[in-house]
Ligand binder design. Structure first.
Ligand code: MD6
Ligand code: FE
Length: 220
């Protein structure tokens, strides 16, 4: 099977809600774009040498179980003062590393397939999950323009994504996210509550005991 030709193949596409779609194994379909999963992981390793993964603290004072970093002009941070985007990494005091071409190409391409033509992300949040790490139900609402989608890339170990509605108490659906899956998340689903269940103990051939998630946004 020619996976690249399958990029527009509906067999790989799974609607999540209005304006939100899951592109299964999308990274593996991007061989020619040099933005496949292995290339993303190589670039990721270089990025976290510059701006290390760290456990940030929520405004409520809890240390997050997910380790995070960023690349691009803006990075998402949280501390006692709140959630926000900023141009400087608070750990290094320097700008976040620039977004690798492989990241940018993949995000633009996925957004296009998901129906968003002119997506140019200026922020990429890097999440690293270890066994037991989770992300409780939340909305992504620190961005300025909710007409812009979020492109979310899953690498390494699988995880269960909880996809809810506009209220924290809305019913949730469980979606398995595996290596190379990309979710394009916009339209009227953009502000839906979502989260990740605690990561199960396992090993992935490329990432060992970790799951990585890259979320691309137009934040500024
Ligand atoms: C994760 N993702 O997959 C966490 N947010 O590890 C998110 O929180 C997320 O996947 C907004 C849009 C897509 C996402
Ligand atoms: Fe989120």
């Amino acid at each position: 099977m020619d996976l690249f030709a399958a990029t527009e193949n509906f067999a790989f596409q799974e609607p999540l809600g209005p304006g939100a779609i899951l592109l299964r194994k999308f990274c593996q379909q991007e061989e020619r774009a040099k933005a496949n999963a292995a290339a993303l992981l190589r670039d990721l390793a270089a990025l976290v040498e510059i701006s290390p993964l760290r456990h940030m603290v929520t405004p409520g004072g809890f240390e997050m179980s997910v380790a995070m970093s960023n690349c691009g002009a803006l990075g998402w941070v949280t501390d006692q003062a709140g959630y926000r985007y900023q141009a400087l990494d608070p750990v290094t005091g320097s700008p976040w590393p620039s977004m690798p071409q492989s990241f940018l190409e993949l995000a633009k391409r996925a957004a296009q397939v998901g129906g968003f033509e002119n997506f140019v992300p200026d922020a990429c949040l890097i999440n690293r999950y270890e066994v037991g790490s989770r992300l409780t139900l939340h909305q992504d609402k620190n961005e300025i323009d909710f007409m812009q989608p979020i492109v979310s890339v899953s690498l390494g170990l699988p995880a269960v994504f909880l996809f809810g509605g506009l209220e924290r108490t809305s019913p949730t659906r469980k979606v398995q996210l595996t290596h190379g899956d990309v979710a394009v998340w916009g339209g009227s689903s953009r502000l839906n509550y979502h989260g990740i269940l605690p990561l199960k103990d396992s090993l992935h051939e490329l990432t060992g005991p970790y799951r990585y998630n890259l979320t691309f946004r137009k934040a500024g």
